[in-house]
Write a protein that binds this ligand. Structure first.
Ligand SMILES: [Zn+2]
Length: 410
Protein backbone atom coordinates (compact mmCIF):
# COMPACT_ATOMS: atom_id res chain seq x y z
CA UNK A 1 0.00 0.00 0.00
CA UNK A 2 2.78 2.38 1.00
CA UNK A 3 4.56 1.66 -2.28
CA UNK A 4 1.36 2.33 -4.18
CA UNK A 5 0.98 5.67 -2.44
CA UNK A 6 4.61 6.45 -3.17
CA UNK A 7 4.11 5.69 -6.88
CA UNK A 8 1.03 7.84 -6.85
CA UNK A 9 3.08 10.61 -5.29
CA UNK A 10 5.72 10.29 -7.97
CA UNK A 11 3.06 10.60 -10.64
CA UNK A 12 1.77 13.75 -8.97
CA UNK A 13 5.17 15.28 -8.48
CA UNK A 14 6.77 14.29 -11.81
CA UNK A 15 4.93 16.86 -13.95
CA UNK A 16 6.52 19.55 -11.78
CA UNK A 17 9.98 18.47 -12.88
CA UNK A 18 9.43 19.73 -16.43
CA UNK A 19 8.82 23.25 -15.12
CA UNK A 20 11.39 23.21 -12.31
CA UNK A 21 12.94 26.39 -13.75
CA UNK A 22 10.75 28.64 -11.64
CA UNK A 23 9.96 28.57 -7.93
CA UNK A 24 7.95 25.51 -6.98
CA UNK A 25 6.18 25.11 -3.69
CA UNK A 26 4.41 21.86 -2.82
CA UNK A 27 2.06 23.28 -0.20
CA UNK A 28 -1.19 23.10 -2.18
CA UNK A 29 -0.50 19.65 -3.67
CA UNK A 30 0.24 18.39 -0.19
CA UNK A 31 -2.89 20.04 1.20
CA UNK A 32 -5.12 18.38 -1.40
CA UNK A 33 -3.63 14.97 -0.56
CA UNK A 34 -4.01 15.66 3.16
CA UNK A 35 -7.68 16.56 2.69
CA UNK A 36 -8.32 13.42 0.62
CA UNK A 37 -6.75 11.21 3.25
CA UNK A 38 -8.20 13.06 6.28
CA UNK A 39 -11.57 14.66 5.51
CA UNK A 40 -11.80 15.92 9.11
CA UNK A 41 -8.76 18.15 8.45
CA UNK A 42 -10.64 19.71 5.54
CA UNK A 43 -13.53 20.37 7.93
CA UNK A 44 -11.13 21.88 10.48
CA UNK A 45 -9.70 24.14 7.77
CA UNK A 46 -13.21 25.41 7.03
CA UNK A 47 -13.72 26.23 10.71
CA UNK A 48 -10.37 28.03 10.86
CA UNK A 49 -11.33 30.01 7.74
CA UNK A 50 -14.61 31.06 9.38
CA UNK A 51 -12.68 32.17 12.50
CA UNK A 52 -10.22 34.05 10.28
CA UNK A 53 -12.96 35.89 8.41
CA UNK A 54 -14.57 36.89 11.72
CA UNK A 55 -11.43 38.11 13.46
CA UNK A 56 -9.00 39.33 10.80
CA UNK A 57 -10.43 42.87 10.94
CA UNK A 58 -8.87 43.25 14.41
CA UNK A 59 -5.44 43.30 12.76
CA UNK A 60 -6.34 45.08 9.57
CA UNK A 61 -4.15 48.08 10.29
CA UNK A 62 -0.56 48.81 9.39
CA UNK A 63 0.49 48.88 13.05
CA UNK A 64 -1.06 47.39 16.18
CA UNK A 65 2.19 47.26 18.19
CA UNK A 66 1.39 43.72 19.36
CA UNK A 67 4.49 41.77 18.34
CA UNK A 68 4.24 37.96 18.40
CA UNK A 69 7.41 35.87 18.69
CA UNK A 70 7.52 32.34 17.28
CA UNK A 71 10.07 29.87 18.70
CA UNK A 72 11.80 27.89 15.96
CA UNK A 73 13.66 24.57 15.80
CA UNK A 74 15.59 23.84 12.61
CA UNK A 75 16.14 20.15 11.75
CA UNK A 76 18.85 19.62 9.17
CA UNK A 77 18.36 16.20 7.55
CA UNK A 78 21.02 15.45 4.94
CA UNK A 79 23.63 12.76 4.18
CA UNK A 80 26.09 15.30 5.64
CA UNK A 81 24.05 17.71 7.77
CA UNK A 82 27.13 19.65 8.94
CA UNK A 83 27.28 21.42 5.56
CA UNK A 84 24.49 23.69 6.81
CA UNK A 85 26.28 25.63 9.55
CA UNK A 86 24.82 27.36 12.60
CA UNK A 87 25.73 30.67 10.95
CA UNK A 88 23.71 29.73 7.87
CA UNK A 89 20.73 28.95 10.09
CA UNK A 90 21.19 32.28 11.89
CA UNK A 91 21.25 34.10 8.54
CA UNK A 92 17.86 32.56 7.75
CA UNK A 93 16.32 33.59 11.08
CA UNK A 94 17.67 37.14 10.64
CA UNK A 95 16.06 37.54 7.23
CA UNK A 96 12.77 36.00 8.40
CA UNK A 97 12.71 38.66 11.11
CA UNK A 98 13.51 41.42 8.63
CA UNK A 99 10.85 40.31 6.14
CA UNK A 100 8.10 39.85 8.74
CA UNK A 101 8.95 43.19 10.43
CA UNK A 102 9.18 45.05 7.09
CA UNK A 103 12.79 45.78 7.92
CA UNK A 104 14.08 44.19 4.72
CA UNK A 105 16.55 46.46 2.96
CA UNK A 106 14.72 46.20 -0.38
CA UNK A 107 11.38 47.81 0.54
CA UNK A 108 12.50 50.70 -1.69
CA UNK A 109 11.82 48.39 -4.66
CA UNK A 110 8.09 48.15 -3.85
CA UNK A 111 6.25 50.20 -6.51
CA UNK A 112 4.68 53.39 -5.18
CA UNK A 113 1.18 52.10 -5.98
CA UNK A 114 1.64 49.23 -3.50
CA UNK A 115 3.90 50.86 -0.90
CA UNK A 116 1.00 51.88 1.31
CA UNK A 117 -0.20 48.27 1.47
CA UNK A 118 3.16 46.81 2.57
CA UNK A 119 2.79 45.76 6.19
CA UNK A 120 4.98 45.24 9.21
CA UNK A 121 3.51 41.86 10.15
CA UNK A 122 4.67 42.32 13.75
CA UNK A 123 5.84 38.71 13.88
CA UNK A 124 9.34 37.70 14.98
CA UNK A 125 11.23 34.43 15.20
CA UNK A 126 13.78 33.13 17.67
CA UNK A 127 15.76 29.90 17.69
CA UNK A 128 14.68 27.77 20.64
CA UNK A 129 17.13 27.59 23.51
CA UNK A 130 15.19 25.02 25.51
CA UNK A 131 14.52 21.57 24.04
CA UNK A 132 11.37 19.51 24.71
CA UNK A 133 13.08 17.91 27.74
CA UNK A 134 13.89 21.30 29.26
CA UNK A 135 17.58 21.10 28.38
CA UNK A 136 19.59 23.89 26.72
CA UNK A 137 19.72 23.71 22.92
CA UNK A 138 20.95 25.73 19.97
CA UNK A 139 17.54 25.24 18.37
CA UNK A 140 19.25 23.25 15.60
CA UNK A 141 19.29 19.44 15.19
CA UNK A 142 21.32 17.51 12.64
CA UNK A 143 20.31 14.09 11.33
CA UNK A 144 22.46 11.97 9.02
CA UNK A 145 20.13 10.33 6.50
CA UNK A 146 20.55 7.82 3.68
CA UNK A 147 17.43 9.18 1.96
CA UNK A 148 18.67 11.18 -1.04
CA UNK A 149 15.41 13.08 -1.54
CA UNK A 150 12.16 13.34 0.42
CA UNK A 151 8.67 13.46 -1.14
CA UNK A 152 5.73 15.51 0.07
CA UNK A 153 4.64 12.35 1.95
CA UNK A 154 6.26 13.97 5.02
CA UNK A 155 8.76 11.14 5.55
CA UNK A 156 11.36 13.77 6.53
CA UNK A 157 9.21 14.37 9.62
CA UNK A 158 9.64 10.81 10.93
CA UNK A 159 12.79 9.28 12.46
CA UNK A 160 11.49 5.88 11.30
CA UNK A 161 11.55 7.02 7.66
CA UNK A 162 15.00 8.60 7.54
CA UNK A 163 14.00 11.97 8.89
CA UNK A 164 13.47 13.24 12.44
CA UNK A 165 10.32 13.49 14.54
CA UNK A 166 8.89 16.97 15.17
CA UNK A 167 9.48 18.73 18.46
CA UNK A 168 6.14 19.47 20.15
CA UNK A 169 4.46 21.44 17.39
CA UNK A 170 2.38 23.44 19.88
CA UNK A 171 5.54 25.01 21.29
CA UNK A 172 7.92 25.08 18.32
CA UNK A 173 7.65 25.96 14.66
CA UNK A 174 9.55 23.02 13.15
CA UNK A 175 11.59 23.69 10.00
CA UNK A 176 13.03 20.65 8.24
CA UNK A 177 15.93 21.52 5.92
CA UNK A 178 16.51 18.69 3.46
CA UNK A 179 16.47 17.75 -0.21
CA UNK A 180 12.79 17.55 -1.22
CA UNK A 181 12.06 15.65 -4.45
CA UNK A 182 10.40 16.95 -7.59
CA UNK A 183 12.26 20.23 -7.88
CA UNK A 184 10.38 21.65 -4.91
CA UNK A 185 11.90 24.56 -2.98
CA UNK A 186 9.71 23.66 -0.04
CA UNK A 187 6.25 23.13 1.34
CA UNK A 188 4.33 23.95 4.49
CA UNK A 189 1.38 22.66 6.48
CA UNK A 190 -1.49 25.08 7.00
CA UNK A 191 -2.95 25.57 10.50
CA UNK A 192 -5.39 22.80 11.39
CA UNK A 193 -3.40 19.80 10.11
CA UNK A 194 -2.01 16.84 12.02
CA UNK A 195 0.28 17.76 14.93
CA UNK A 196 3.00 15.24 14.04
CA UNK A 197 3.60 16.76 10.60
CA UNK A 198 3.08 20.43 11.43
CA UNK A 199 5.78 22.77 10.16
CA UNK A 200 7.76 23.82 7.13
CA UNK A 201 10.11 21.94 4.79
CA UNK A 202 12.84 23.85 2.91
CA UNK A 203 15.35 22.82 0.25
CA UNK A 204 18.84 23.11 1.75
CA UNK A 205 20.08 25.19 -1.22
CA UNK A 206 17.23 27.69 -0.72
CA UNK A 207 17.88 28.17 2.99
CA UNK A 208 19.89 31.04 4.50
CA UNK A 209 22.06 33.55 2.70
CA UNK A 210 25.39 31.69 2.83
CA UNK A 211 26.94 28.22 2.70
CA UNK A 212 24.79 25.80 0.71
CA UNK A 213 22.35 28.52 -0.40
CA UNK A 214 22.42 29.01 -4.18
CA UNK A 215 21.10 31.78 -6.47
CA UNK A 216 18.44 32.79 -7.34
CA UNK A 217 16.88 31.43 -4.13
CA UNK A 218 19.63 32.45 -1.69
CA UNK A 219 17.70 35.50 -0.55
CA UNK A 220 15.94 33.33 2.04
CA UNK A 221 12.48 34.14 0.72
CA UNK A 222 11.55 30.47 0.34
CA UNK A 223 11.26 30.37 4.13
CA UNK A 224 9.36 33.68 4.16
CA UNK A 225 6.90 32.23 1.60
CA UNK A 226 6.50 28.86 3.37
CA UNK A 227 6.09 30.43 6.82
CA UNK A 228 3.40 32.58 5.16
CA UNK A 229 1.52 29.34 4.35
CA UNK A 230 2.20 28.01 7.86
CA UNK A 231 0.50 31.19 9.14
CA UNK A 232 -2.52 30.61 6.87
CA UNK A 233 -1.65 32.54 3.69
CA UNK A 234 -2.55 31.18 0.27
CA UNK A 235 -0.69 31.86 -2.97
CA UNK A 236 -1.53 35.34 -4.18
CA UNK A 237 -3.12 34.05 -7.41
CA UNK A 238 -5.28 31.58 -5.47
CA UNK A 239 -3.96 28.54 -7.40
CA UNK A 240 -6.64 28.96 -10.05
CA UNK A 241 -6.87 31.02 -13.25
CA UNK A 242 -10.26 32.60 -12.48
CA UNK A 243 -10.59 36.15 -11.21
CA UNK A 244 -13.25 35.62 -8.58
CA UNK A 245 -11.99 33.18 -5.95
CA UNK A 246 -8.45 34.22 -5.08
CA UNK A 247 -6.26 34.26 -1.95
CA UNK A 248 -9.07 35.38 0.45
CA UNK A 249 -7.19 38.63 1.06
CA UNK A 250 -9.01 41.80 0.07
CA UNK A 251 -6.08 44.14 -0.53
CA UNK A 252 -4.05 41.90 -2.89
CA UNK A 253 -5.30 42.40 -6.47
CA UNK A 254 -6.98 39.38 -8.08
CA UNK A 255 -4.39 37.55 -10.15
CA UNK A 256 -4.73 34.87 -12.83
CA UNK A 257 -1.53 32.83 -12.44
CA UNK A 258 1.83 32.70 -10.71
CA UNK A 259 4.70 34.87 -11.92
CA UNK A 260 8.32 33.80 -12.30
CA UNK A 261 11.73 35.45 -12.64
CA UNK A 262 11.78 39.19 -12.10
CA UNK A 263 8.84 40.98 -13.79
CA UNK A 264 8.78 44.69 -14.59
CA UNK A 265 6.13 46.89 -12.99
CA UNK A 266 3.32 47.31 -13.95
CA UNK A 267 2.49 43.71 -14.84
CA UNK A 268 -1.00 43.20 -16.28
CA UNK A 269 -2.92 39.96 -16.72
CA UNK A 270 -6.43 38.66 -17.41
CA UNK A 271 -7.59 39.78 -13.94
CA UNK A 272 -5.75 43.12 -13.89
CA UNK A 273 -5.94 44.82 -17.26
CA UNK A 274 -4.81 48.27 -16.10
CA UNK A 275 -1.99 49.69 -13.96
CA UNK A 276 -0.95 49.03 -11.21
CA UNK A 277 -1.62 45.43 -12.30
CA UNK A 278 -0.81 42.42 -10.14
CA UNK A 279 1.22 42.46 -6.93
CA UNK A 280 3.97 40.16 -8.25
CA UNK A 281 6.47 41.47 -5.67
CA UNK A 282 4.46 39.77 -2.92
CA UNK A 283 6.17 36.99 -0.94
CA UNK A 284 3.28 34.67 -1.84
CA UNK A 285 3.97 34.80 -5.60
CA UNK A 286 6.65 32.69 -7.35
CA UNK A 287 9.14 35.40 -8.44
CA UNK A 288 12.85 35.25 -7.57
CA UNK A 289 13.95 36.06 -4.03
CA UNK A 290 15.46 39.37 -5.11
CA UNK A 291 12.17 40.47 -6.68
CA UNK A 292 9.74 39.88 -3.79
CA UNK A 293 9.58 42.44 -0.99
CA UNK A 294 6.26 42.53 0.83
CA UNK A 295 3.30 41.09 2.68
CA UNK A 296 0.16 43.21 2.44
CA UNK A 297 -1.85 44.55 5.37
CA UNK A 298 -4.59 42.02 4.61
CA UNK A 299 -2.08 39.17 4.63
CA UNK A 300 -0.71 40.42 7.94
CA UNK A 301 -4.24 40.34 9.35
CA UNK A 302 -4.64 36.66 8.35
CA UNK A 303 -1.28 35.73 9.90
CA UNK A 304 -1.94 37.61 13.14
CA UNK A 305 -5.37 35.97 13.32
CA UNK A 306 -3.67 32.57 13.01
CA UNK A 307 -1.49 33.55 15.98
CA UNK A 308 -4.50 34.46 18.12
CA UNK A 309 -6.48 31.41 16.93
CA UNK A 310 -5.16 28.05 15.71
CA UNK A 311 -1.51 28.90 16.37
CA UNK A 312 -1.94 30.75 19.67
CA UNK A 313 0.09 28.17 21.63
CA UNK A 314 3.27 29.37 19.88
CA UNK A 315 2.88 32.85 21.31
CA UNK A 316 2.87 31.62 24.91
CA UNK A 317 5.67 29.09 24.41
CA UNK A 318 8.64 29.98 26.62
CA UNK A 319 11.24 27.85 24.82
CA UNK A 320 13.25 30.75 23.48
CA UNK A 321 13.39 33.12 26.42
CA UNK A 322 17.03 34.20 26.48
CA UNK A 323 18.60 32.04 29.20
CA UNK A 324 21.08 34.78 30.06
CA UNK A 325 18.27 36.90 31.45
CA UNK A 326 17.64 35.75 34.99
CA UNK A 327 14.07 36.49 36.04
CA UNK A 328 14.97 36.83 39.72
CA UNK A 329 17.02 39.95 38.96
CA UNK A 330 15.45 43.31 39.62
CA UNK A 331 14.94 45.76 36.83
CA UNK A 332 17.17 48.79 36.27
CA UNK A 333 15.22 51.96 35.71
CA UNK A 334 15.85 55.43 34.30
CA UNK A 335 17.95 54.20 31.37
CA UNK A 336 17.78 55.75 27.95
CA UNK A 337 19.02 54.16 24.73
CA UNK A 338 19.26 56.44 21.70
CA UNK A 339 19.04 57.02 18.81
CA UNK A 340 16.62 54.21 18.04
CA UNK A 341 16.54 53.27 15.21
CA UNK A 342 20.28 53.81 14.90
CA UNK A 343 22.65 53.75 11.98
CA UNK A 344 25.43 52.38 14.19
CA UNK A 345 26.32 54.51 17.18
CA UNK A 346 24.30 53.85 20.30
CA UNK A 347 24.29 55.90 23.49
CA UNK A 348 23.16 54.33 26.74
CA UNK A 349 22.54 56.81 29.50
CA UNK A 350 21.57 56.20 33.09
CA UNK A 351 20.18 58.79 35.49
CA UNK A 352 22.34 57.23 38.22
CA UNK A 353 25.97 56.15 38.34
CA UNK A 354 26.01 52.39 37.76
CA UNK A 355 28.59 50.02 39.25
CA UNK A 356 30.05 46.75 37.92
CA UNK A 357 28.27 46.95 34.59
CA UNK A 358 28.04 44.23 31.97
CA UNK A 359 26.70 45.25 28.58
CA UNK A 360 25.56 42.54 26.15
CA UNK A 361 24.06 42.87 22.69
CA UNK A 362 22.19 39.90 21.20
CA UNK A 363 20.41 39.38 17.95
CA UNK A 364 17.07 37.62 17.82
CA UNK A 365 18.65 34.20 17.47
CA UNK A 366 20.22 34.76 20.88
CA UNK A 367 23.68 35.17 19.33
CA UNK A 368 25.84 37.51 21.39
CA UNK A 369 27.61 40.27 19.44
CA UNK A 370 28.89 42.49 22.22
CA UNK A 371 29.89 41.72 25.79
CA UNK A 372 31.76 44.41 27.69
CA UNK A 373 32.36 45.33 31.31
CA UNK A 374 32.50 48.81 32.79
CA UNK A 375 33.31 49.97 36.33
CA UNK A 376 31.45 53.09 37.46
CA UNK A 377 29.71 55.21 34.88
CA UNK A 378 26.37 56.67 33.84
CA UNK A 379 27.15 56.80 30.13
CA UNK A 380 28.18 54.12 27.61
CA UNK A 381 28.71 54.57 23.89
CA UNK A 382 28.99 51.60 21.55
CA UNK A 383 29.06 51.08 17.81
CA UNK A 384 26.98 48.46 16.02
CA UNK A 385 28.02 49.60 12.55
CA UNK A 386 29.92 46.37 11.82
CA UNK A 387 26.77 44.26 12.21
CA UNK A 388 23.95 43.41 9.81
CA UNK A 389 20.84 45.57 9.79
CA UNK A 390 18.10 44.20 11.97
CA UNK A 391 16.72 43.94 15.46
CA UNK A 392 19.08 43.67 18.44
CA UNK A 393 18.55 43.30 22.13
CA UNK A 394 20.67 45.52 24.37
CA UNK A 395 21.08 44.08 27.85
CA UNK A 396 22.59 45.99 30.74
CA UNK A 397 23.35 44.27 34.04
CA UNK A 398 24.54 46.34 36.99
CA UNK A 399 24.32 46.05 40.76
CA UNK A 400 22.40 42.77 40.32
CA UNK A 401 19.75 44.59 38.31
CA UNK A 402 18.92 44.18 34.66
CA UNK A 403 17.70 46.31 31.78
CA UNK A 404 16.84 45.09 28.29
CA UNK A 405 15.90 47.18 25.32
CA UNK A 406 15.16 46.37 21.71
CA UNK A 407 17.03 48.49 19.16
CA UNK A 408 16.74 48.65 15.41
CA UNK A 409 19.93 48.95 13.35
CA UNK A 410 19.25 50.59 9.98
ZN1 LIG B 1 3.66 28.26 -1.79
Amino acid sequence: MKKFIFNLLLLTVLPLLSTAQSRKCGTMERMHKEHEQNPHIKLQRAQIEAYTQQHAHLYNTAKTSVVHTIPVVVHIVLPNPTIVTDAQVASQITVLNQDFRKMNADTNLIPGAFKGLAADSEIEFCLANTDPNGNPTTGITRTVTTVSSFGTDDSVKYSSMGGIDAWNTSNYMNIWVCNPSGGLLGYAQFPGGAAATDGVVILYTAFGTMGTAAAPYNGVRTATHEVGHYLNLYHIWGDEPACDNDDLVADTPLQAADNAGCPTFPLLDACQTASPGVMFMNYMDYVNDACMQMFSTGQKARMKTALTGPRVSLTTSAVCTPTSIKPELNLLSNIQVYPNPTQGILHIQSADILKNITLNVFDYTGKKYVSQNYMNTSEIHISLSDYAKGIYLVQLIADNKIFTHKVVLE
